[in-house]
Design a protein around this ligand. Sequence first.
Ligand SMILES: Cc1cc2nc3c(=O)[nH]c(=O)nc-3n(C[C@H](O)[C@H](O)[C@H](O)COP(=O)(O)OP(=O)(O)OC[C@H]3O[C@@H](n4cnc5c(N)ncnc54)[C@H](O)[C@@H]3O)c2cc1C
Length: 467
Amino acid sequence: MAASPHDFLSDTHWLRADVDHHFVRQAVAAGVDYRDHVELSAAEISPDLVRLTGKRDGEVIDLRANFVIDASGPAGFLAQQLSIASGLERTQTRSALVYSHFDGVRLMDDVVPGLREGPYPDDWAAVHHVIDEGWMYSLRFDHGVTSAGFLLTPRGIASLNSSMTGYPDQLWHALLDRYPTLADAFAVATPMMPIGFRPLIQHRLTRAAGDRWALMPHAYAFVDPLFSTGIAWSLRAVERLALAFETARNRHRVPDADALARYDSQIGKEADQIDLVVAGAYEAMAHFDLFAAQAMLYFAAVSFAEASQRLKPSDDVAWNGFLGVGDSVLDPLPGESLARLRAITKSRSETGSSDDRQAFVDWIGRAIAPRNIAGLADPARGNLYPVDFDALIEGHALLAMTRDRLIEALPSLRGMTRQPSFTGRQSRTLPRRPGSPILNARACELDLASTPKKGTDNGAGNSPEST
Ligand SMILES: Cc1cc2nc3c(=O)[nH]c(=O)nc-3n(C[C@H](O)[C@H](O)[C@H](O)COP(=O)(O)OP(=O)(O)OC[C@H]3O[C@@H](n4cnc5c(N)ncnc54)[C@H](O)[C@@H]3O)c2cc1C
């Protein structure tokens, strides 16, 4: 999939420490009372107030608020405080993770010279390697550091010596030893932090909102990094909650109960959908043709959503379902696809016959056709998809637009909205202390693929269009 037409419009890998710092400065400039170094330990939610207690740099803090939004991620602060039950048993995807950040990872272009040229510089995008044990991500940042990790299926982890799970570096090297090309790419790479291992990365709760509280998606559920759904889903939730505050009827500007119920229900359906798309992709890893076809479900849903959102802006777009939830065509596809894949693989990685696989590939092409505005599932493309404006224009009717109207709207694909201006607003917080970490941010990365020109700074984070 075309990661980016050019650097200024590029999708980017986000080094969380830097990106969070940027957002904090924006929030402070907008007047947010920001406090770092806070470790919350208790929440009391009463009918008219939320009380939060904890420590800041060892000093007790005691806060009162009208409403609390929990962005504590898998730590699940409110889940613990409110004893929200786990909903993990209703999900399909299971994977373990071996990961770190590395210096000195070689470019795949150098490791495997003569690879077919893609529509963008592959090494600077999100490189995914599908392996028998699961898959590997390799995300290169501008400053040369690469975030890399193996996601392992239960079968994949069982194929390794179980005593190694206590020694992540041994796991890492055992996996590299099985794949000479990967071993070559990481031959002289040094980890910038200890290699980590997490035996199960999925988590899921049964409620995402209630009276005076809401969970951000990552506090509610996480599936897998395979399709990089995390941040996009989180940003959608931010927009929804902001709308819920904006449209609140009551005097205290706390979201109305129906808005919170809508948020809760929507986030739950979307967590299910992400799980089904990813579980299908794991099933499809049995054979590359199946995997490439299953990936089309994801790309069809996101390219259609992104094009619709930009070409036909609407105020309540934030409530549109993520990954096709609520879309009459896309909504049922991940569930149906998973069932079809399991019929082929028998849930034990069987590859089926070539007729079975072709039937699946053909079905995917037909199933996504009413939303395929990006020329996807085209065998002539050889699995390499550049941005295809011709396909988009030809697909105008799929977007319920005339050809002329779509051509006229094309510049909006650049996402050139005006930057908000916060000048004149008074910041209500103290400036950041020198050397203090921001938001406890861990160095996390997102594989929203970036395509800087090799050897140049792509300006990610400086450009308002970087998302
Ligand atoms: C292995 C992996 C790979 C991923 N890859 C991608 C990707 O490629 N693309 C993508 O879009 N998303 C990806 N994600 C998902 C992405 O990381 C999340 O969507 C994102 O981090 C959510 O941001 P957040 O700020 O809501 O939560 P988090 O980033 O989880 O931050 C939660 C913060 O809350 C703090 N906290 C917790 N408890 C407390 C407490 N009691 N008091 C005070 N602070 C507390 C934590 O220290 C942490 O700083 C990945 C996730 C994982 C695990």
